[in-house]
Design a binder for this molecule. Structure first.
Ligand SMILES: [Zn+2]
Ligand SMILES: [Zn+2]
Length: 227
């Protein structure tokens, strides 16, 4: 994977324009389009489209305390996330973690959280991809925020790709898919659960439920981007 990256001349991940030596991943035009998403409108899930508690939170009652995202999943972020997940560009996870750490400093509620947990990939998919992008992001974020990275959740079922399913089916598709391997490690702890993209919140919801069942005191979601 790393070799492939070395052979491709550095070009902007979004518009393919050749990069200057002081630019990484994005040209200045595309990096100027990056928009923050931390100050979401819904106090619970951080949704950007409504005032007050959004209809997803009203209808579903997410299990996590709150969820926030650092960046909007708009041009150029979809291309960056795609490069990371499907073109083997693991290091893009570091870029996302840096942005998340920067944004988190303006969000005091994260301060009482001591440990960072990644949404796990099924071992088969992890083998295919070579790494778990959420883990790459979570490990670096933990280091930046001076918190402990905790490896404690496994995905035991190989679920269908979430993107092909309707909303209700997505929620059912994940039920019971995650298991906390060492409950003693999460007992009484405040955990930040990390993923790359917040779409419906169903993955965060399901893993957070498993963590609460294992004895976690509080679970908050923090994703790099927000669809
Ligand atoms: Zn560009
Ligand atoms: Zn909401």
């Amino acid at each position: 994977m790393a070799l492939i990256n070395l052979l491709i001349p550095p070009a902007c991940l979004a518009c393919n324009q050749k990069l200057r030596s002081n630019q990484k991943y994005l040209c200045s035009e595309c990096s100027g389009k990056v928009r923050g998403a931390l100050s979401g409108d819904c106090p619970k899930c951080g949704s950007l489209c409504e005032d007050g508690i959004c209809h997803h939170c009203r209808d579903l009652g997410f299990s996590f305390e709150f969820a926030r995202s650092a960046l909007q999943y708009k041009d150029p972020l979809p291309d960056m996330v795609h490069a990371m997940k499907y073109r083997g560009m693991r290091s893009v996870g570091g870029f996302l973690a840096d942005k998340m750490a920067e944004a988190a400093k303006d969000y005091p509620p994260f301060e009482e959280y001591t440990d960072v947990v990644a949404i796990p990939l099924h071992p088969v998919r992890k083998r295919e991809r070579g790494f778990n992008q959420s883990e790459v992001i979570a490990r670096r974020l933990a280091k930046h925020l001076d918190k402990n990275y905790l490896d404690c959740v496994v995905r035991k079922r190989y679920t269908r790709s979430q993107t092909t399913l309707e909303r209700d089916a997505r929620l059912n598709n994940l039920s019971g898919a995650f298991v906390v391997r060492k409950p003693a490690k999460v007992k009484g702890k405040n955990l930040i659960l990390v993923d790359d993209v917040f779409t419906t919140g169903s993955t965060l919801n399901e893993v957070s439920r498993a963590l609460y069942a294992a004895g976690a005191a509080k679970v908050a979601g923090y994703t790099a981007t927000r669809a």
